[in-house]
Write a protein that binds this ligand. Structure first.
Ligand code: F0G
Length: 448
C-alpha cells in the first residue's frame, strides 16, 4: 500500500510529505491528505466492519475513542503510539419527533456532536491535529476561532503539554466557549476585528514558523473530523441515510463530510454517498450566494449573525465544500435569524438542545422539505455541532423575548434588530414565595 501524502486540493502535481509543515500549496490552494485508500473488495470491507464492532467492547484507549476506533481510515498518523485522546466521538444519534413534525418529515435524526469532551464536533478533528502537532515536534499551537475550535484546541494542547494561543474576535464569542479556553490555560488574544481578520493574522503568523496552525485549513483536522461520518454510518448499521445536513461556517466540517463519503464509497463500505446539505446563516452566506449564482467563486461577505460560531464571511475551505456538495448531488441553503432561533427552540423541546449554529440544520431541513428537495419520507441526519450550554445567553434572551441581532447592544436598543421568537418562547415566571400561589399557578399552567 502506498504511503499517505499531502496534495494541493483540486488536482495537479503538487504533493508534499505529511511530515512537512505547510498549510497551502505553492499557488495558495488548501491541502488534503491522500490516504491512498486501497479499493477494497466487499469481503475485506465487511471484515473491517467486524473489527470496528469488536472494538466497541475493548478497553484500549485507541479503541474507546470514536475517532481512533476507525484508524484504518487514518493511516497518516501511523504508528498511533503517541495519540492524544480524550475518548472523543461516541456521540449519540437521537430520533427527533418534534423536529420532524416541525420540518414536515416522517422522521428525523440528529447526531449530537455537542456530547464531545469540550462540547463540540471540533474534538474529533483536534485529537488528530494535536497528535500530529506532537509528532511534528511543535511546541506551540494556535488558531483563530469563533469559540469552539479554541476551546477544543486549548483542552487537547493542555493534555499534550503544548502551549496554546487563541485569536478570537473581540466581544463576538459566546461566554461558554471563552470560559473554556481561559480555564484550559490558553493565551487568549482578543483581536479588534472579526473572525476573518483573526484568521488572516494567525495564518500569517503561523507561516513564519514557531506556531503550528490548528484551524481546519490544517488537513489533519479534516482527517479526524471525517470519523464523525464513519461513526454515524457504523451506528446506522452501515446503511447510508438519504441526507446529511450540516451548518456551514469556515466550511472545514462540510469538507470532512465530503471526504469521508468519498473514501467510504471507494472502500466499498457504502454503495452510494448520502446527499450533503450545507446550511448557512443568511448574514454569513458566501457559499450559498455562489451556489445560487452558479459562478462557483468566493465573494467574501461581511458576516453578521447571532449564530456566532458561523459568523464567517471568507471561508477557508470553500472549494472543498463545493466538492462535498457536487460529488454527492447535495445542496446549499440559507436561513434567517428568526428561522435559526425557532428551530433551536424546537430542538430544545425534543429534550436535546444545541447552540444556535447547529440549529441551522433543522431550519434548513424545514426549508428544503418545503421546496421539495428533501422528501418527507427521506432519512435525514442533522449534525448538531455544539452543546446548548456553549451559548446560554442566546437561549435565555430567546425565552425572555429579548433576542437581538446585535449581541453586544453597545448602541441603544432602538438601533438594533429584534429577532422574533414566534410565540415559542418559554418565559421564566416570578412568583411570591407562597405555596398556595405557586400551586394555583401550576394548576393553571398544567391545563394549558
Ligand atoms: N457549528 C459550530 C458549533 C461551530 O463552532 C462551527 C465552527 C460550525 C458549526 C461551522 O463549521 O467552520 O467547519 O464550517 N466553528 C469554528 C470555530 C469556526 O472557530 O469554532 P465549519
Amino acid at each position: 500500500m502506498k504511503k499517505p501524502y499531502l496534495r494541493a486540493f483540486g488536482g495537479g502535481e503538487q504533493t508534499f510529505p505529511v511530515s512537512e509543515i505547510r498549510y497551502r500549496s505553492g499557488d495558495g490552494r488548501t491541502l488534503e491528505v491522500d490516504n491512498c485508500i486501497a479499493v477494497m473488495d466487499v469481503k475485506k470491507a465487511s471484515a473491517l466492519r467486524r473489527i470496528f464492532d469488536t472494538r466497541l467492547m475493548s478497553r484500549k484507549p485507541l479503541d474507546k475513542s470514536g475517532v481512533w476506533r476507525y484508524r484504518e481510515f487514518l493511516p497518516a498518523f501511523k504508528p498511533f503510539d503517541a495519540v492524544v485522546t480524550m475518548f472523543e466521538g461516541n456521540t449519540a444519534i437521537f430520533s427527533m419527533p418534534k423536529c420532524a413534525r416541525y420540518c414536515g418529515m416522517e422522521h428525523l435524526l440528529a447526531k449530537h456532536q455537542g456530547l464531545n469532551p469540550t462540547g463540540s464536533f471540533k474534538d474529533n478533528g483536534m485529537t488528530a491535529a494535536v497528535t500530529m502537532a506532537k509528532k511534528l515536534g511543535a511546541k506551540m499551537v494556535a488558531c483563530a476561532s469563533t469559540g469552539n475550535t479554541s476551546a477544543s484546541m486549548a483542552a487537547y494542547a493542555a493534555r499534550a503539554g503544548l502551549k496554546s494561543i487563541v485569536f478570537i474576535p473581540d466581544g463576538q464569542i459566546a461566554y461558554g466557549k471563552l470560559s473554556q479556553s481561559l480555564d484550559y490555560g490558553a493565551l487568549t488574544i482578543q483581536i479588534a476585528g472579526d473572525f476573518d481578520k483573526a484568521m488572516e493574522i494567525v495564518e500569517d503568523l503561523c507561516g513564519r514558523g514557531a506556531l503550528y496552525l490548528l484551524n481546519s485549513i490544517n488537513p489533519f483536522r479534516i482527517e479526524g473530523q471525517k470519523t464523525i461520518m464513519i461513526e454515524m454510518l457504523h451506528q446506522l448499521g452501515w446503511k447510508a441515510p438519504d441526507w446529511v445536513i450540516v451548518p456551514g461556517g469556515n466550511l472545514g466540517n462540510s469538507s470532512s463530510v465530503g471526504k469521508a463519503f468519498d473514501e467510504m464509497v471507494r472502500s466499498k463500505f457504502i454503495n452510494k454517498a448520502p446527499k450533503i446539505a450545507i446550511i448557512q446563516a443568511q448574514g454569513a452566506n458566501p457559499l450559498y450566494n455562489s451556489f445560487v449564482s452558479g459562478d462557483r467563486t468566493l465573494h467574501p461577505v461581511h458576516a453578521n449573525t447571532r449564530a456566532t460560531a458561523i459568523k464567517i464571511g471568507n471561508p477557508v475551505s470553500f472549494d472543498k465544500a463545493f466538492f462535498a456538495v457536487d460529488s454527492t448531488g447535495g445542496t446549499v441553503e440559507q436561513v434567517t435569524e428568526e428561522e435559526i432561533a425557532l428551530a433551536k427552540s424546537v430542538i430544545g423541546t425534543d429534550g436535546v438542545g444545541s447552540e444556535p449554529a447547529s440549529a441551522t440544520t433543522v431550519a434548513g431541513c424545514k426549508k428544503l422539505v418545503a421546496k421539495g428537495i428533501i422528501n418527507k419520507s427521506d432519512t435525514a441526519v442533522c449534525i448538531l455541532t455544539g452543546h446548548l450550554l456553549k451559548d446560554p445567553d442566546y437561549t435565555v434572551e430567546f425565552h425572555r423575548d429579548e433576542l437581538y441581532l446585535d449581541a453586544q447592544r453597545a448602541t441603544t436598543l432602538s438601533g438594533t434588530e429584534r429577532i422574533s421568537t414566534g410565540g415559542l418562547s418559554n418565559r421564566p415566571v416570578k412568583l411570591p414565595a407562597d405555596k398556595g400561589e405557586i400551586m394555583k399557578y401550576i394548576d393553571s399552567w398544567a391545563k394549558k
